[in-house]
Design a binder for this molecule. Structure first.
Ligand code: HAM
Length: 431
């Protein structure tokens, strides 16, 4: 018999306990913000036809070359677990003809799991979660600023203090073509020092040499001319207006001409939110940029677009490392029913029902050894009220309530239950 494998696959996570609370806090915070910025949710499949990703992200990128979970389905069609959200969203927008003039810019957000076959380490996983936004249909520099502002605001709202917002422009295809000629001239005498992958990239897609993590290649890329020096007039003007709008919004940003980002679909403005508290290889909490030609490459309208994604797992990891706490929405009333009565389950159920119908978070102590032990458990589990039921209570149609903050105890008539609890919790709030 083959032994049962009981561990989770490398680079995946089970999310539970405190992590769920962090996750809900982050998701609730961004959902509220997306509503304020007028974005609507979209959910797309976790897998797509492989071409959706390979064509848009770029055949010679690391993601497509080495990191995709690609498999044939039972009919031999090549499918891929999504390594990112943008390509799927653009596929959906074109396929469902969502981009019509009345709703430009089309503003969408998504929350989903992504899959990349990377070497797992702190903050880098094979299945991870992204929260992303895409605004499609406009190339107004103010939209770039709005999107970058929203990225910044997410981390602000979550309680981060020392993050850095990096921006750059990688120009349009005209700027890029001019730059590639110059870049190839620069690399030519250095080819021998490049890794095997980069020698290949030099032939097929030289810009991807900038993404290489091999130290020798990095050292060469750092000395190279910068794409920013090759921007055409209209890209210079566009980027200038983006910077102006960011200053109008009082955002603290840094122009980083080393920023390239590893996807072929980007054009013009790109940006990243980085933390010096994360290891440099995984220091980005989120990033994005313009992709003005991608809709067209999917046979959609010739319309520009911009978006970003943040890494949910990485964000939560850093919040915990930095001691940033999640905030629960309201201090809710939580009642714990402790019963040592020999009989009386219908009495207990009627109380449980009344409490839950009244919107009070409520649970029963099923271990039921003693009232003292039950009260201790209630405190540990974060309940603020203990509802104690013994034979006397059942016989007299009463309930004993203990306020677990003041430790005051009340014996009341059963039909005064909700009234008494709201009196106690009201008193707790006024403390
Ligand atoms: P990305 O920079 O590849 O961009 O990913 C965005 C964020 O996802 C990263 O900043 C990071 O926080 C998180 N992330 C990426 N890979 C991993 C991993 N292996 N483990 C944990 N977290 C990870 C995109 O995916 C683009 N689609 C963003 C975009 C949207 N651009 C335009 N629109």
């Amino acid at each position: 018999m083959i032994a049962l494998v009981i561990n989770s696959p490398r680079g995946t996570a089970d999310i539970y306990g405190d992590d769920i609370k962090y996750r809900n806090f982050v998701i609730n915070t961004v959902r509220e913000l997306f509503e304020v910025f007028n974005f609507e949710e979209i959910i797309t499949p976790a897998f797509e036809h492989t071409g959706v990703f390979s064509r848009s992200i770029g055949e010679s990128t690391d993601i497509v070359q080495k990191e995709m979970y690609t498999f044939p389905d039972r009919k031999g069609r090549s499918l891929t677990l999504r390594p990112e959200g943008t390509a799927s969203i653009v596929r959906a927008v074109v396929e469902k003809k969502m981009l019509i003039s009345e709703n430009i810019p089309l503003k969408l957000f998504y929350i989903g799991n992504m899959f990349r076959y990377e070497r797992p380490q702190k903050g880098r996983m094979r299945e991870f979660w992204q929260i992303g936004v895409e605004a499609l249909g406009s190339d107004d520099p103010m939209l770039d600023a709005e999107i970058i502002w929203m990225l910044n605001k997410i981390f602000d709202q979550l309680g981060f203090k020392n993050l850095k917002l990096l921006i750059n422009s990688i120009g349009c295809s005209r700027c890029r073509d001019n730059f590639i000629i110059r870049f190839k001239d620069f690399i030519q005498p250095e080819i021998a020092g490049l890794c095997g992958d980069c020698k290949n990239r030099y032939q097929k897609n030289p810009l991807r040499i900038f993404d290489c993590k091999v130290p020798g290649c990095k050292a060469i890329a750092v000395r190279s001319p910068k794409i920013t020096e090759f921007l055409c007039d209209s890209c210079i003007v566009h980027f200038g207006k983006v910077k102006e709008a960011l200053s109008d919004l009082s955002l603290d940003y840094k122009v980083s001409d080393d920023l390239v980002r590893g996807f072929d679909y980007y054009t013009g403005t790109i940006f990243e939110m980085v933390s010096s508290d994360l290891e440099s290889a995984q220091n980005a909490l989120g990033g994005g940029g313009r992709y003005d030609r991608l809709l067209m490459e999917f046979n959609g309208p010739d319309k520009p677009a911009i978006g970003f994604a943040i890494g949910l797992d990485r964000t939560i990891m850093l919040m915990k490392d930095l001691g940033i706490k999640y905030i629960t929405s309201k201090s809710k009333t939580k009642a714990y029913i402790i019963s040592i009565a020999d009989t009386g389950s219908s009495y207990i159920l009627s109380i449980l029902k009344e409490l839950r119908d009244g919107g009070i978070i409520c649970d029963i102590d099923y271990l039921g050894a003693s009232i003292g032990a039950g009260i201790k458990r209630a405190g540990k589990k974060g309940f603020n009220i203990a509802v104690i039921i013994g034979d006397d209570e059942i016989n007299n149609n009463t309930i004993t309530i203990k306020d677990l903050k003041s430790f005051k105890q009340y014996n009341i008539n059963k039909d005064k239950l909700l009234e008494k609890i709201s009196e106690i919790t009201g008193a707790v709030k006024n403390d």
